[in-house]
Write a protein that binds this ligand. Structure first.
Ligand SMILES: [Zn+2]
Length: 360
């Protein structure tokens, strides 16, 4: 039982029915603070029945938390939902929080020695992140330094492709400029750290990728990911199968495109998608962004059974977010992904050879 997740979900429900923006933001911030706690919230309960101070948790959020800790539910929130006229909307949101892990659960999964799957020490580098060249706030220099600090041997820089202007997608011209900067950094850090020239290409509605084949070949690493039709209930198996069959694609990024409590993402026959990915050798990503957790351990198990390769990535937009890779590793451990099938756990030489081999 994940009490942190349960309480955060109730605070999000409460936020959704607030009439004032201020109220909404207050409960949303409180929910985020609970999800980010490193320990189970029960451990913050003091002998006198009050809660130890948690940053960003105000008195009214505290009241909800204590109610749940005492009774297992929150009459304050449930009564407010019942009187809000938004019950069906709240129920829809609740359905969109399945198999999300709180930070405390992530850390517990990393510590749990009974779980198979990769450990933090097995993890040599991160293969999806965004820099100041698209919608990220981290420079390439900062990525190298933060990567080294985390004990990594490589990072893949995967700014958005030009087909996604909303995320400041990078033109091919700009991309070649970025490659010169990466080459210079790789010279400077030779033997210590390797930046990989990547892209996060966009999977169109028909399953094609929004870059030309000769453009994909200019990149060492191609993550293809869906960014549209993520609220549609129509079956999109064909779209996702077409994406993993596209030559030059290395990783199927955040395969569903779901978002915590707000967006279901692509619906598809995932067993068929995984079967196709296994055949074409495309790695299935577990995206560790806490709001994404995509795939989660439950669906990832099916990709394990299908024999797929995996990529465990942070999807970081700042160096502080590189720790999101830990969320992906936790899901992989819960799914029992064998570490030799995780491309982030391969020695850098083997990884680079594999990346290259998929262009020929
Ligand atoms: Zn993306």
């Amino acid at each position: 039982m994940d009490m942190n997740g349960k309480i955060a979900a109730l605070l999000r429900d409460f936020a959704a029915i607030q009439k004032s923006r201020q109220g909404m933001w207050g409960y949303k911030r409180a929910a985020a603070a609970i999800l980010a706690l490193e320990e189970p919230i029960e451990s913050l309960l003091q002998p006198d029945g009050t809660l130890r101070k948690i940053p960003n948790i105000g008195p009214s959020s505290s009241r909800v938390i204590l109610e749940v800790l005492r009774t297992g539910t929150s009459p304050t929130v449930e009564n407010a939902i019942a009187g809000s006229g938004q019950k069906s909307d709240i129920e829809r949101r609740r359905d969109l929080r399945g198999h999300f892990l709180s930070r405390a659960q992530v850390l517990a999964a990393l510590r749990n020695k009974k779980l198979r799957g990769p450990t933090l020490a097995d993890y040599h580098g991160d293969l999806q992140m965004h820099s100041t060249w698209s919608d990220g706030s981290q420079t390439l220099d900062a990525i190298v330094e933060a990567g080294i600090e985390r004990g990594y041997q490589f990072c893949g820089v995967t700014d958005h492709s030009y087909g996604l202007p909303i995320a400041h997608g990078v033109s091919m011209h700009k991309l070649f400029e970025q490659h010169r900067v990466i080459d210079a950094l790789n010279d400077r850090y030779k033997g210590r750290f390797r930046l990989i020239k990547g892209i996060e290409a966009n999977i169109r509605a028909d399953g094609s990728v929004d870059m030309e084949p000769q453009e994909l070949r200019q990149l060492e690493l191609v993550v293809a990911a869906p960014h549209s039709s993520l609220r549609s209930t129509a079956d999109q198996t064909k779209r996702m199968v077409a994406a993993v069959k596209t030559p030059g694609v290395h990783i199927l990024g955040h395969p569903r495109g779901r978002m915590y409590g707000s967006r279901p993402g692509v619906s598809a026959n995932w067993d068929r998608v995984f079967e196709a990915a296994e055949k074409t050798g495309v790695a299935i990503e577990i995206d560790g962004d806490p709001a994404r957790q995509d795939l989660d351990y439950d669906v990832a198990k099916r990709a394990v059974d299908a024999g797929c390769l995996f990529a465990l990535d942070s999807d970081a937009h700042s160096t502080g977010e590189l720790r999101y890779a830990e969320t992906a590793i936790a899901h992989a451990r819960l799914a029992g992904v064998p570490k030799d099938r995780v491309i982030n756990c391969w020695p850098v030489k083997k990884l680079l050879e594999w990346l290259k081999s998929r262009h020929s």
